[in-house]
Design a protein around this ligand. Structure first.
Ligand SMILES: Nc1nc2c(ncn2[C@@H]2O[C@H](COP(=O)(O)OP(=O)(O)O)[C@@H](O)[C@H]2O)c(=O)[nH]1
Ligand SMILES: [Mg+2]
Length: 441
């Protein structure tokens, strides 16, 4: 369903190509294209609206980074918001009880039986669990046999019971697991082509009997928007805990995933990317967003450039520190960097060599005050702080609206910092200090 989306989005991104700056007009044109492409891909209009609101406010407020083009930056914004919409971060399985029960539900042909086996394999291989598969789709005899074959291929036992009564099978299976020491029970249930009362009642009853830790609804990503309605219905009746979206190896671009997550608020936990049993992936919203946009390379380029920019600024600062040339101009530049980048503690944590300081409280007001004081200095004072005598201090205090003692404190801090830097320089020259305390790779 997202077949045209990438094409139309790249049209939108083209609108920004060659533009020196993201301005209101060209962003609005591009945004209109994005909106059209989502709507024409049949994405739920509420989803589109929420998405557009977020992208618009971000895109219009963004400064252009020099080394990437506006269209590349725009792709990044759209990508980030899409990631958010898809659930942000990955969601694991919540398997607390012993044995843990996983109930697999969904329409016929969505991939329940395949996913049951894939999940058993994944839990065994990646989590060291000892799963039991339960063939609880008794309506089609072939379904039981299908699961038996799959279970054999991954060396996981399959419980079939009397092959007739789905409630009895489910109950017996849990007891079987307890006696055999299986710590997770995966129950494969019957589906229908469309939602019907009989099927709903059956899975509802199985859920009541087994009290599952996870109720995973399997969604066929190729099946179109109708699937979203069935997701709502299943969630209403069973309270599902998450989705597994299958057949993403086909032409589908994952639009169903986007809408189902939005309308139910339930996370996508896994995706199926092929018929083989190892073709199950934990769902990563960021990767899915890139896939929908088809622009993963652009996104990582922008990320890389942002990283490089930060690194370059750090390196520059390191050079000045080494030469003990640290002036109030540098100080001010640092402050504005810090303000731009968010809290001071997160910036400090980014500097290699600086110990992690969890919960460091930084008074952001203080930063504003310090900046005001520096702004009241003349250019000459900023680059030669040693000329700042008492009368200059008084003038600076009056000009910045801060007290003389605050100005004094700043001067003292500056002196201390500079002395420390000189010490480091000397020690380093004498070879007493193996490395400069801040190392930038
Ligand atoms: N290409 C592809 N095929 C899949 C995937 N998951 C399931 N299938 C196929 O979809 C068909 C229906 O799967 P099945 O597990 O029997 O669905 P169920 O009726 O819900 O149990 C089978 O032919 C599977 O091999 C997937 O991720 N990719
Ligand atoms: Mg099946």
């Amino acid at each position: 369903m997202f077949e045209n989306l990438q094409e139309r989005l790249s049209e939108a991104f083209k609108l920004l190509k060659g533009k020196g700056k993201i301005n209101e007009k060209n962003v609005r044109d591009a945004l209109r294209q994005v909106k059209m492409s989502l709507l024409s891909a049949d994405v739920n209009y509420k989803v589109v609206k929420e998405f557009m609101d977020k992208v618009t406010s971000e895109a219009l407020g963004e400064k252009v980074i020099k080394s990437v083009t506006p269209d590349q930056q725009f792709v990044k914004i759209v990508n980030d918001k899409l990631t958010e919409l898809l659930g942000g971060k990955e969601h694991g399985l919540d398997l607390k009880s012993r044995p843990s029960i996983v109930l697999m539900v969904g329409l016929q042909g969505s991939g329940k039986t395949t996913v049951s086996a894939k999940l058993a394999r994944w839990l065994k291989k990646k989590n060291g669990r000892n799963p039991l598969l339960v063939a609880d789709d008794v309506h089609r005899p072939a379904a039981i046999e299908q699961l038996e074959i799959l279970g054999k291929s991954i060396d996981v036992p399959v419980f079939v019971g009397n092959r007739k009564d789905p409630y009895k099978i489910a109950k017996e299976a849990v007891n079987f697991a307890i006696t055999k020491g299986n710590d997770v029970v995966i129950i494969d249930t019957a589906g229908r082509l469309h939602i019907d009362e009989g099927m709903m009642k059956e899975v509802e009853e199985i859920a009541n009997l087994t009290k599952p830790d996870e109720v995973l609804m399997v969604l066929d990503s190729m099946a179109g928007q109708d699937v979203v309605n069935s997701a709502v219905e299943f969630d209403k009746r069973l309270t599902i805990t998450g989705f597994v979206v299958t057949k993403l190896d086909g032409d589908s671009r994952g639009g169903v995933a986007l809408s189902a997550k939005y309308v139910t608020g339930k996370p996508i936990k896994f995706v199926g990317v092929g018929e083989k049993l190892d073709q199950l992936d934990v769902f990563y919203p960021d990767r899915m967003a890139s896939r929908i946009l088809g622009m993963g390379d652009v996104v990582s380029l922008v990320e890389k450039v942002q990283e490089d920019l930060d690194k370059r600024k750090m390196k520059e600062m390191e050079k000045r520190l080494r030469k003990a040339q640290f002036t109030f101009d540098d100080f001010r530049e640092q402050l504005s960097q810090i303000k731009k980048m968010g809290s001071l503690s997160s910036v400090l944590e980014m500097i290699p060599g600086v110990p992690k300081m969890k919960d460091v409280k930084v008074d952001e007001d203080q930063l504003v005050h310090v900046e005001a004081i520096i702004n009241s200095m003349t250019k000459k004072e900023r680059s030669n702080p040693e000329i700042i005598n008492l009368s200059r201090k008084k003038r600076i205090a009056a000009g910045s609206g801060r007290s003389l003692s605050e100005v004094n404190k700043l001067m003292k801090n500056y002196d201390g910092m500079k002395k420390m830097i000189k010490q480091f320089g000397k020690l380093e020259k004498r070879g007493k200090l193996g490395k400069f305390p801040f190392q930038f790779k």
